[in-house]
Design a protein around this ligand. Structure first.
Ligand code: FAD
Length: 382
């Protein structure tokens, strides 16, 4: 068993940390959060330095590394700032599905642009009536001559208002069970894809979200990602990787809130001494540190397994479940230990707490993760 990162991985971590510490400034984060704006300039710089697409193959503009290196970038970005970090790491959302199943042309068209900061992607799975239960989607792709005509609507789609490419899960055949007739498609931004931004989110407000409506969107067979009617299975395989990334987002947010709290406890004085001198608080900090370290091991293990071509859905769900819960817990404790100051926007932990919550919701809620873990334990009992 090897618990050390390679020199290259350590170098990536240091480079990402240096960049994020310099660029993800508190004042900027507050502004993006308040105005609900994506940090375009910082994202461009991050792409120029190769921090987006570290895990894309080199022939498509990436660094040819794996899930673990992407996890390092994600963790460091979200540790430096929960708002800017979360928005930027999601700019390539669903590209992993293209890497896994896309055609040569699709990968060449999209991945290079994404890695270079010239395009943003959106993965359209959730629908108003189909969230945790993706088998209930209604968006349809109907064959018409040598084209497919897509109609339907998706909701809560990350990046939709700023996306150049859309990856769409649609029904292509009415079968039983339904999910055997789903296919994923790649489409470019066009008038037949109507996006309505969703404003007023609780957290990750620099990461744009929107509703997406497809009205007679026509695509050819070359838009099919992978194999016809295998879309649902492909999305499940994609979740094996994307859920680890969200776990790393949660881990980074937890670590960021933790760092800020330790600093605060060293400075803030009450009863004539730094509040960090009170053992009651020291124990809580020590407890959080132990939990962060335990979850970190789990997240890295899930990433390592993925890279070793042994993806383990149950382990991935454990990592996402515990990391999300931890992020919310650490940020909540961070606010508590900042006292009244933790409750106002000027102190970053208020924002970290809001940003943390999403990691228990998207890419499968925490209940859905428990279902996956339980399925591995019990199988089908009925
Ligand atoms: C900011 C944001 C960004 C998002 N980005 C994307 C995106 O880019 N692409 C995309 O496709 N989707 C995206 N989503 C959607 C997200 O993945 C869904 O919101 C999530 O999967 C839950 O679905 P739902 O909201 O319909 O909740 P529901 O499925 O209606 O769930 C409601 C509650 O019931 C629980 N529940 C449901 N089924 C079960 C069950 N079988 N057992 C136990 N409990 C259950 C859930 O855990 C939850 O607590 C995003 C959501 C948000 C808020």
């Amino acid at each position: 068993m090897q618990f050390e990162f390679t020199q290259e991985q350590e170098d990536i971590r240091r480079a990402v940390r240096d960049f994020a510490t310099k660029e993800f400034l508190k004042e900027k984060a507050e502004e993006f959060d308040k105005k609900e704006e994506f940090p375009f300039e910082i994202w461009k710089k991050a792409c120029e330095l190769g921090f987006i697409g570290t895990h894309f193959p080199e022939e498509y503009g990436g660094a040819g590394m794996g899930c673990l290196e992407n996890i390092i970038v994600t963790e460091e970005f979200c540790r430096a700032d929960s708002t800017i970090g979360s928005a930027i790491i999601l700019s390539d959302f669903s590209c992993e599905l293209l890497i896994m199943f896309g055609s040569e042309e699709q990968k060449r068209e999209v991945l290079q642009k994404v890695a270079k900061g010239k395009a943003i992607t959106a993965g359209c799975y959730t629908e108003p009536e189909a969230g945790s239960d993706l088998t209930a989607i209604r968006t349809k792709a109907v064959r018409d001559g040598d084209e497919w005509v897509i109609n339907g609507s998706k909701t809560f789609i990350t990046n939709a208002p700023i996306a150049d490419y859309f990856i769409i899960l649609a029904v292509t055949e009415e079968t039983q069970p339904r999910y055997r007739g789903f296919t994923t498609f790649l489409a470019k931004k066009c008038p037949e894809i109507k996006v309505t931004p969703i404003k007023g989110k609780h957290g990750i407000r620099a990461s744009p979200t929107g509703e997406v409506a497809f009205k007679d969107l026509r695509v050819g067979d070359d838009a099919i990602i992978g194999t016809l009617n295998r879309g649902f299975y492909q999305v499940l395989e994609f979740f094996n990787e994307s859920r680890i990334e969200i776990a790393a987002q949660a881990l980074g947010i937890a670590q960021g809130a933790f760092d800020r709290t330790v600093n605060y406890l060293k400075q803030r004085k009450q009863f004539g001494q730094p509040i960090g001198a009170f053992q009651a608080l020291q124990h809580r900090i020590a407890d959080l540190k132990a939990e962060i370290e335990a979850v970190r091991m789990l997240v890295y293990k899930a990433a390592w397994n993925f890279d070793a071509k042994k993806p383990d859905p149950s382990l991935t769900s454990m990592a996402k479940y515990l990391a999300g819960k931890l992020a919310v817990k650490v940020c909540d404790e961070a606010v508590q230990m900042h006292g009244g100051y933790g409750y106002i926007a000027e102190y970053e932990v208020e924002r970290f707490l809001r940003d943390a919550k999403i990691t228990e919701i998207y890419e499968g809620t925490k209940e859905v993760q428990l279902n996956t873990i339980a399925r591995e334990i019990f199988g089908k009992l009925r």
